[in-house]
Ligand binder design. Structure first.
Ligand code: PMP
Length: 366
């Protein structure tokens, strides 16, 4: 049955079964209203409560200080690339970007449409390392310093939160790492995250922003991307992705019920360790191209059949995996190979099954 599919997709990704089942029971009649939540006004009392409860859950889970706003927007992670620049670059017209992979590279390109972008270290030909912070060239005039906490395509995760000696606000794309570990929000000016990996369906982007950074968008900033307007209107300036926020709220409650961020962090360490250990024990049959200090706990890319990868063997790997109902393991088209994404809803048992398969495959083909 569909219940036994093992989903290692990078996003949209696995959601907790319990949450989907609850959505199913409410789908035709939300709280005995005779209507689906999908059919209700975003200004009605039902959605207003969902909107507020979701904000509250994010505040609780991430311990968000009072001087930060939590916003729900549309446009995905890619929309946020533009929104960050449109809302935050106006102060000086310049921003610093740490490019560690695919998504931060795209973010830097998008921001360059609206102002001057400095790369704080030269872009590596092949992502897989993060230069030590002491070697970064940080510009005192930058409006913000931007980095991607977890590069979903490349499997590069920051082992630290960057700081600016000049007090420049730090902005982070946490699309694939939000709610997978505890973080100190007070170290950030702004965090953006598409929901479709760890916290919900596609369609909603969470923005957490320090209040003093609001109020200075570029004149050309589209209203739907204007953090100040969205904040003033409690994320219902225009019609939000109500169904996505509704499901997200349930996922947030599920995270709370399952031990909060400390539990999510422990689990992600544990799950990724299973995979990295198998690679280490495989005599390079499986190999991860990423420096050990910045290997992602969330998206684990690897090659099969040697460090350069043997494409035939990788195709066979995917084919055999699918026979065991292990899906969405194909690496991103830009990097090839295999990628296992281990978001919060993916259980340790499921990862253990993947590792068991990897051992058997290795025994057969190495
Ligand atoms: N940032 C990161 C870290 C991502 O993983 C993704 C999507 N996979 C994006 C941004 C882009 O998100 P979207 O597809 O919602 O525009």
């Amino acid at each position: 049955s569909s219940h036994s599919a093992l989903n290692f997709g990078a996003g949209p990704a696995k959601l907790p079964r319990e949450v989907l089942a609850e959505v199913q029971t409410e789908l035709l009649s939300y709280q005995d209203s005779g209507m689906s939540l999908m059919e209700m006004s975003h200004r009605g009392k039902e959605y207003t409560k969902i909107n507020n409860d979701a904000q509250k859950a994010i505040r609780e889970l991430l311990n968000v200080p009072d001087n930060y706003k939590v916003l729900f927007m549309q446009g995905g992670g890619t929309g946020a690339f533009a929104a960050v620049a449109l809302n935050l670059m106006n102060r000086t017209g310049v921003a610093d970007y740490a490019v560690t992979g695919t998504w931060s590279s795209k973010a830097a390109k998008e921001a360059a449409k609206y102002g001057k972008v400095n790369l704080v270290f030269p872009k590596a030909d092949k992502p897989g390392s993060i230069p030590p912070e002491s070697s970064w060239t940080l510009n005192p005039d930058a409006s913000y310093v931007y980095y991607c906490d977890n590069e979903t395509v490349d499997g590069v995760e920051f082992p630290f939160i960057p700081t600016s000696p000049h007090g420049v606000p730090i902005v982070s794309d946490m699309s694939s790492s939000i709610m997978t570990k505890k973080i100190d929000i007070s170290k950030f000016g702004c965090i953006v995250a598409g929901a479709q990996k760890n916290i919900g369906p596609a369609g909603v982007t969470v923005v957490i922003i320090r209040e003093d950074l609001l109020g200075n968008p570029m004149k050309i900033c589209p209203t739907v991307f204007d953090f100040t307007v969205i904040s003033q209107q409690n994320s219902v300036h225009n019609t939000p992705a109500t169904f996505s926020v509704y499901v997200m709220e349930k996922v947030l409650q599920w995270i709370k019920k399952n031990g909060g961020l400390q539990a999510m962090e422990n689990q992600s360490q544990d799950k990724s360790k299973l995979l990295y250990e198998e690679m280490e024990n495989s005599n390079n049959f499986y190999s991860c191209p990423i420096d050990e200090n910045c290997r992602s706990r969330i998206n684990v890319p690897f090659r099969v059949g040697g460090p350069q990868g043997n494409e035939e063997l990788e195709a066979k790997f995917l084919e055999e995996a699918e026979k065991l109902k292990m899906f969405q393991l194909k690496g991103h088209r830009l990097v090839g190979g295999i990628r296992a994404s281990l978001y919060n809803a993916v259980t340790r048992d499921e990862v253990a099954l993947l590792v068991k398969f990897m051992k058997e495959f290795r025994a057969q083909f190495s």
